[in-house]
Design a protein around this ligand. Structure first.
Ligand code: LMR
Length: 391
C-alpha cells in the first residue's frame, strides 16, 4: 500500500532553513524562516516566559487533560489581547490549537463544515502554507491582488476591485498586521475602506494574526482586527503566540470565532479539535495565560517585546539607508516603510540564488527577507551583496 504514496514537494521555507544549516561558510546570513534572532544570532527565551516556567514548575500539581478547547482562561486572556473591548467577549467562541498554523487549519475546516463548497480569497502573495493547506483540503481558492511589484507597497485599487467580487458564503483571508511574505501593509484609512467593502459583500472575513506586537505595537497591530470584528456579523480569527511570546516549538495558538450563535460555534470548535488532535498543547498556553494575567510578568513581557520590535525597526532603517548610500537612489526606501519580520525585496529567483551561492545570504525564493535574521554588523554585508549581485 505505502508504495502508492506520492513524493510531496518540499516546503520552500523549511528547505531554505535546511540549506542554511548545511552551508559551512561562517559569513553566511540566515534571512529564511520567520524566527526572531537577537544581535548574537540567538533566539532567546523571553524573560517573562522563563519566570512563568519557573513558577509553573513549582506550582503545577497535575498534567491531566484540560478540555478540548484548552483552558478557558487562555481563551479569555487571548480574546482580551487580540480583540480588546471591540466586542462583547461573552459572544466569542475560542479554542486553543497547536500554533497559529493549527488555528488556520481549524478555521479552514470550520468554514468547510459550514459550507462544503466554500471559496477562500487569499492575497497574492500570501503565506505559502495557506495555499498548501487549502489545496490539501480541496478548498477552492481565489486570489486577490495585493502586492505592487513596482512600489513594493499594496496594490490597493487592485485589492478593492478583486474583493468586491466576494459574496456571502465566501471567506476572505486577511493578515491582521505584518503581512507575510511581503511586509507591505494597509494603512488605517485603507483598512476602513476594506472593512466597509467586506460589510457590503456579506462575505466572512478571516484574520490571520501571527505577528501582533512586531509591527507598530500590541495595540496598533490589533486595531484593524478589532474594527473589523465590531463591524461585521461574523469573523474567524487565527492568532499565534509563537513569535510575540517567542515560544515557537511549544505550538501555542488560538482560533476565535465571532458570530450570533456562540454555543454552536464553540461546540464545532471542540468537535474539530477532537477529530484532528483531541486536546491542544497546554504548556505554552498556560505560560501565556500566566503572563497576561500577572501585571509584573505582563509589563516585563511587553517591555521585551517592544525591544524586539524597535530593534527590527532599527535594522530596517539601517538597511534602507545603507542601500541608499550604496545605490545613490531611494529605490530601497520601502524597506523602512514595511512592518513586521519580513520584507519582499522584489527580485528574481536567479538573483536570490546568486545571493545564496556567491554571498551565503539565504532568503526564500520569492525574495522574502526575515529582517529579524540581521544584526547591525550583518546589515552592511547584506547591502553590499544586494548591490554587487545587481538587484
Ligand atoms: C514563516 O513564514 O517563516 C513562519 O511563519 C514559519 C513557518 O512555519 O513557515
Amino acid at each position: 500500500m505505502l508504495e502508492n504514496l506520492k513524493q510531496q514537494p518540499p516546503d520552500g521555507i523549511l528547505q531554505i532553513m535546511q540549506m542554511f544549516r548545511e552551508d559551512p561558510r561562517d559569513t553566511k546570513i540566515d534571512l529564511g524562516v520567520g524566527v526572531y534572532k537577537d544581535a548574537t544570532g540567538n533566539t532567546p527565551v523571553m524573560r517573562a516566559i522563563k519566570a512563568a516556567e519557573h513558577k509553573l514548575w513549582e506550582e503545577q500539581t497535575t498534567k491531566t487533560y484540560v478540555g478540548l478547547a484548552g483552558d478557558a482562561a487562555f481563551g479569555e486572556a487571548m480574546i482580551g489581547l487580540v480583540l480588546g473591548d471591540a466586542v462583547d467577549t461573552s459572544s466569542v467562541a475560542a479554542a486553543a490549537t497547536p500554533g497559529g498554523t493549527g488555528a488556520v487549519r481549524q478555521a479552514f475546516e470550520l468554514a468547510r463544515a459550514a459550507k462544503p463548497d466554500v471559496r477562500v480569497f487569499v492575497s497574492n502573495p500570501t503565506w505559502p502554507n495557506h495555499v498548501s493547506m487549502l489545496n490539501y483540503l480541496g478548498i477552492e481558492m481565489v486570489t486577490y491582488r495585493y502586492f505592487d511589484d513596482e512600489t513594493r507597497g499594496v496594490d490597493f485599487d487592485g485589492m478593492m476591485t478583486d474583493l468586491a467580487a466576494a459574496q456571502p458564503g465566501d471567506v476572505i483571508l486577511l493578515h491582521g498586521c505584518c503581512h507575510n511574505p511581503t511586509g507591505a501593509n494597509l494603512n488605517a484609512a485603507q483598512w476602513d475602506e476594506v472593512i466597509a467593502l467586506l460589510g457590503k459583500t456579506g462575505a466572512t472575513p478571516m484574520i490571520d494574526i501571527a505577528y501582533q506586537g512586531f509591527g507598530d505595537g500590541l495595540e496598533a497591530d490589533a486595531a484593524a482586527t478589532r474594527k473589523l470584528v465590531a463591524a461585521v456579523p461574523e469573523t474567524l480569527i487565527a492568532a499565534s503566540c509563537s513569535k510575540n511570546f517567542g515560544i515557537y516549538r511549544e505550538r501555542t495558538g488560538i482560533l476565535m470565532v465571532t458570530g450570533a450563535n456562540k454555543g454552536l460555534n464553540q461546540s464545532t470548535l471542540a468537535f474539530l479539535n477532537r477529530q484532528n488532535f483531541s486536546f491542544p498543547p497546554d504548556h505554552g498556553a498556560r505560560l501565556v495565560t500566566m503572563i497576561l494575567n500577572d501585571s509584573t510578568l505582563r509589563s516585563d513581557w511587553e517591555a521585551e517585546l517592544d525591544e524586539v520590535r524597535t530593534s527590527m525597526l532599527g535594522l530596517r532603517e539601517q538597511l534602507a539607508s545603507e542601500l541608499q548610500r550604496l545605490s545613490g537612489s531611494d529605490r530601497f526606501g520601502f524597506l523602512a516603510q514595511h512592518r513586521g519580520m519580513f520584507s519582499r525585496l522584489g527580485t528574481t529567483p536567479e538573483l536570490v540564488q546568486k545571493l545564496r551561492d556567491d554571498f551565503g545570504i539565504y532568503m526564500t525564493n520569492d525574495s522574502r527577507m526575515n529582517i529579524a535574521g540581521l544584526n547591525t554588523e550583518t546589515v552592511p554585508s547584506l547591502a553590499k551583496a544586494i548591490i554587487s549581485a545587481g538587484v
